[in-house]
Design a protein around this ligand. Structure first.
Ligand code: PLP
Length: 361
């Protein structure tokens, strides 16, 4: 039995904390099933707390929101040139991202066919190399952009590639380039609509870059790849149980690769939670693969040396040895615990298997 507990009070506090940090519109990013919180429940909580502009990565996520009765603004963060998708986007009143000539033609055609005006946000690629017009490219399309009668530009945005790092200069360069592109559009008679570039890290670190809106995802969960000095609580607790006990003599090895050896008689408990459930996934990424250590070198380096603990009956119990696919082994020496007792583990909901039941308490 496993349940992902989402503490509603803490989540609401995080939402308030985020709203208080800015006078710009907060666009709540709900990709990945609402960062694993459950997209519908999370969207409902956000709406109740005054955030009514959403963004998603996939059309299917936007459709889930519409099917559940959400009439809020939804920005689809992926630019698409597929006609079938464009029709669904437009007919469901989803704000399309237009990041290429192809996608703008496709969206405009779909809107014309449906006899409506499609609301879109233009995407500028200021250095991420994914969706968006390159700055040098958009200059050539001013007149084309103005020619689309069934498309209204309600916003213009870009995405930062280094907001989590101490690379302020690179962030500033992308920001400056974005502003330059927006100015170019305006000077050529194109209304850019609202401007936005910040994701969670940039939103927290660079107040001067908030512009008209900020796109916030991970900050709602207080799980950000920068030091959390913003008063955001970590959301996500996995609830499981002790299913087995055993007393091991001293000098016994525990787990794969013999990384742990008991120094005394040790009472161990087994908890049926592992990588499969998303537990410790962030940890392996940082701990065991050199190339990932290098890749995530900007993260809190201290973290991957840290011991990991779970909570049993209000006490901290240390995880012994490596986490495996289905189970963890915990040290219950000196802890009053029985088979079936509840075990609480810190987990990032975005990595938590979708089959694990979510409970918002
Ligand atoms: C995921 C995403 C965000 C939100 O990122 P966080 O760092 O989780 O806040 C914002 N903008 C775009 C384009 C994204 O893909």
């Amino acid at each position: 039995m496993k349940t992902l507990i989402i503490e509603r009070d803490k989540l609401v506090e995080n939402i308030q904390c985020i709203k208080e940090r800015t006078s710009s519109t907060v666009i709540a990013v709900l990709k990945g099933n609402g960062y694993g919180l459950g997209i519908v429940d999370f969207a409902r909580l956000l709406t109740e707390n005054g955030i009514d502009f959403f963004a998603v990565s996939e059309l299917s996520e936007a459709m889930v929101l519409r099917e559940n009765g959400f009439t809020n603004k939804i920005l689809l963060l992926a630019s698409t040139s597929l006609p079938q998708e464009a029709e669904l986007i437009v007919s469901n009143n989803i704000i399309a991202t237009v990041g290429s000539v192809n996608s703008s033609v496709t969206i405009n055609e779909a809107a014309k066919k449906l006899g409506v005006t499609a609301e879109v946000h233009l995407k500028i690629d200021t250095g991420f190399g994914r969706f968006g017009f390159l700055p040098g490219q958009i200059d050539n399309y001013y007149s084309l952009l103005k020619s689309f009668d069934n498309m209204k530009i309600a916003g213009t945005y870009s995405h930062l590639s280094f907001s989590f790092a101490k690379k302020t200069k690179l962030v500033q360069n992308q920001f400056d380039l974005f502003i330059k592109c927006a100015e170019g559009l305006k000077q050529n008679g194109i209304d850019t609509g609202i401007l936005h570039i910040c994701n969670s890290c940039a939103f927290l670190k660079y107040e001067s870059m908030h512009l008209d809106a900020v796109r916030v995802g991970s900050a709602f969960l207080g799980r950000i790849p920068i030091e959390n000095k913003y008063g955001l609580s970590r959301i996500g607790v996995l609830k499981s149980q002790i299913i087995e006990f055993k007393d091991l003599p001293s000098n016994s090895y525990i787990g794969y690769a013999n990384t742990c050896k008991t120094k005394r008689n040790t009472r161990i408990g087994i908890v049926p939670v592992g990588y499969k459930d998303g537990f410790g996934v962030e940890k392996i990424r940082d701990t065991f693969r050199l190339r990932d250590i290098l890749r995530y070198v900007y993260n809190d380096l201290k973290q991957w040396k840290k011991r990991m603990y779970v909570r049993v009956n209000g006490k901290r119990a240390r995880i012994l040895g490596r986490i495996s696919m289905y189970n963890i082994i915990i040290d219950l020496t000196g802890i009053d615990a029985e088979i079936g007792d509840e075990v609480l583990l810190d987990i990032n909901p975005i990595f938590t298997e979708s089959s694990v039941k979510r409970e918002m308490l």
